[in-house]
Design a protein around this ligand. Structure first.
Ligand code: HEC
Length: 226
């Protein structure tokens, strides 16, 4: 492993640990839809129509601004680190710009994850999109606006609901680690809406990400139990 690869591995590992730690938080505060209070204690900003469930139709210039802010937030929140597959570049692994935010590649067949141990409980695939741990194996989803395989048919309200509740599709099963939804959940309505606007502005990529494999299936269970 060269130095750059080693750094990428260490950084990804640190990200995962942070995300897993966030995921392990047992009793997260109940989050409503209102923006969190400001540091001075006054209620958070509520722009007109900012509450999920109401339709928001900001003017085009405002939408442009939201997309720009969304791109900035997605960058610092590291969404692309997990949701864009890595490819081998001249200087080592790098996110593949042709598959931006399209999630774990549907045609990538992986062998069972390596045995996990108490000291090294989780594994990340070379694509940086598949994560094995005590929960089984989970795959980063397609966040592009492709209608059938991405979030193209999602409403903004559904996106906010999902990020706030940590539930698949807003009300389904709990999202598995390392998706750091508890961190994302504290963003204001406006920030989450901006992220949604940005995500729906990137090129749609057709890619049907596999469902997670629970730890009860032989390969994953072995890895989780060892
Ligand atoms: C550390 C890796 C990681 C990071 C960082 C990350 N995600 Fe995820 N995300 C995942 C994984 C893995 C899943 C699949 C979880 C599952 O299927 O239970 C996921 C699932 C999702 C889903 C799908 C929810 C659903 O109901 O299907 C959305 C939306 C999402 N992430 C948005 C984001 C956004 C927006 C960011 C940045 C603010 C982000 N993610 C950052 C790993 C990550």
């Amino acid at each position: 492993m060269d130095l750059r690869q080693a750094i990428v591995t260490v950084v990804s590992g640190a990200l995962l640990v942070l995300a897993v730690a966030a995921g392990a938080q047992e009793h997260p505060p109940a989050l409503g839809h209102a923006a969190p209070p400001r540091p001075d204690g006054t209620p958070g900003a509520e722009t007109p129509g900012a509450t999920p469930g109401t339709s928001r139709t900001p003017p085009p210039a405002a939408v442009e601004g939201m997309i720009e802010r969304g791109a900035y937030l997605v960058k610092i929140a590291g969404c692309k680190d997990c949701h864009t597959p890595s490819r081998q570049g001249p200087d080592g692994p790098e996110p593949d710009p042709t598959r931006l935010l399209s999630g774990h590649p549907q045609d990538l067949r992986l062998p069972p994850p390596p045995a996990s141990s108490e000291a090294w409980p989780t594994s990340i695939s070379a694509s940086n999109t598949a994560f094995a741990g005590s929960w089984g194996v989970v795959y980063a989803t397609n966040l592009t606006p492709h209608r059938e395989t991405g979030i193209g048919s999602w409403t903004e309200e559904l996106f906010l609901e999902t990020m706030r509740t940590g539930r698949h599709g807003g009300s389904g099963r709990e999202l598995l680690p390392p998706m750091p939804w508890r961190n994302v959940a504290v963003l204001t309505d406006d920030d989450l809406s901006s992220i949604f606007r940005y995500l729906t502005s990137v090129p749609p990529v057709e890619n049907r990400v596999p469902e997670p494999v629970p730890a009860t299936t032989p390969g994953a269970r072995l890895a989780a139990e060892r």
